[in-house]
Design a protein around this ligand. Sequence first.
Ligand code: THU
Length: 128
Amino acid sequence: MFDPLLNAALKAREHAHAPYSKFPVGAALEDSDGRIYTGCNVENASFGLTNCAERTAAFKAVSEGARRFRRIAVAADTTPLTPPCGACRQVLWEICGDIEVILVNPRGETESLHLRDLFPRPFHASLL
Ligand code: THU
């Protein structure tokens, strides 16, 4: 696979801490300067404290000063491909807006979506 963002997501998946679900996920978020921030799911024995790969990547990016984003790749070993969960869609919308979401698996299957289609009627700060 030649897109470095997809390769970064697949590589990040190898770092997943998923002893409970045994479902490793990787993510790679690209900012407007082309920098890539990776993430994996990090589970906890208190299950509700689990952080998904996409939120790990988004929080890492924000904590390192990134503010404008182009694309996120999400890697899991499934067919059909795994999209971000509802909580991650909410967080990605606030931090990244309507970015491209690229799903990928280790067999090189990919699908490109837009966050607005995955999350069509967002709860947003302007409603507060
Ligand atoms: N998970 C993610 O990291 N991202 C997704 O898009 C779907 C779900 C994680 C959470 C949990 O660690 C495991 O996958 C099973 O739900």
